[in-house]
Design a protein around this ligand. Structure first.
Ligand code: ZN
Length: 261
């Protein structure tokens, strides 16, 4: 099952298999499990412009979670997950432009698997974490690398408007399944593959990350966890096309533009 949002009101729609059309979803996907979802009419037309599939209360980033990426930035391997918060106002949907701000001379892409929560979590166990996941989507954790190196904390570098493209759909997981261990992420810039990894290569797995984060802060339905980026990050330039692909989700596409005031 794949969940998306569309139209001026940001209505939900869902697709049971990739061969079937998206249909308007009447049920609240945070209240009702997919087995009980009620649907309305089919969405017609050659392509539906989807919005960001979720409006989170917070975005929690996990840094330095793939060993090869830690090495490429010459950082020491952390003994605990490195956490940061990214402003929810940085979210944009598929096809919306990432705008390069004049305050940074080096903005980089970080293709990532994003986890969307269905249930609240507080000091969770692994099993509670697994059951709380609504699904996965693709995200680009866009980062002003020069500002990140200058600042003692990452807030500024991670939070410019448009720095969190997300979507195009949320691939819904069955809570008992092992989907969570079996995802791949690929980033392409202008059609050329720049990053590729399997979540098994992470230092801290997705469920461990949720358990860890939920010790510090309550996680709420709709919250998004960016699970870290693999090796291969690099700068973005005006006119670039970013593609982040995650298994079961499809391809998140966003153009890059210079700030024009
Ligand atoms: Zn990141």
């Amino acid at each position: 099952m794949r969940l998306a949002r569309f139209g001026p009101q940001g209505l939900y729609c869902a697709q049971e298999t990739p061969d079937e059309p998206f249909r308007v979803l009447y049920s609240d996907p945070f209240d009702t499990l997919p087995g009980g979802w009620e649907f309305g009419s089919e969405l017609r037309g050659p392509s539906i412009p989807f919005l960001a599939p979720v409006s989170p209360g917070k975005i929690v980033g996990v840094g330095r979670n793939y060993k090869e990426h830690v090495k490429e930035l010459s950082n020491p391997m952390p003994s605990e997950p490195v956490l940061f918060l990214k402003a929810p106002s940085s979210i944009i949907g598929p096809l919306a432009p990432v705008v390069l701000p004049p305050e940074s001379q080096r903005v980089e892409f970080e293709g990532e698997v994003a986890v969307v929560l269905r249930l609240p979590l507080r000091r969770a166990t692994i099993e509670q974490a697994r059951a709380a996941i609504l699904g996965f989507t693709a995200a680009c954790d866009v980062t002003a690398r020069d500002l990140q190196k200058k600042d003692p904390c990452f807030s500024r570098a991670k939070s410019f408007d448009s720095f969190c493209p997300i979507g195009p759909v949320i691939a819904i997981t069955a809570s008992e399944s092992d989907d969570v261990e079996n995802l791949e992420v690929t980033t392409r810039i202008n059609g050329e593959q720049r990053q590729h990894a399997h979540v098994r290569e992470m230092s801290w797995g997705i469920l461990e990350q949720l358990v860890y984060v939920s010790r510090m802060m309550s996680l709420e339905p709709g919250d998004v966890i960016l699970t870290g980026t693999p090796a291969g990050v690099g700068p973005l330039a005006d006119g670039d096309q970013i593609e982040v692909e995650v298994s079961g989700v499809g391809v998140l596409r966003n153009p890059v533009e210079a700030f024009r005031g």
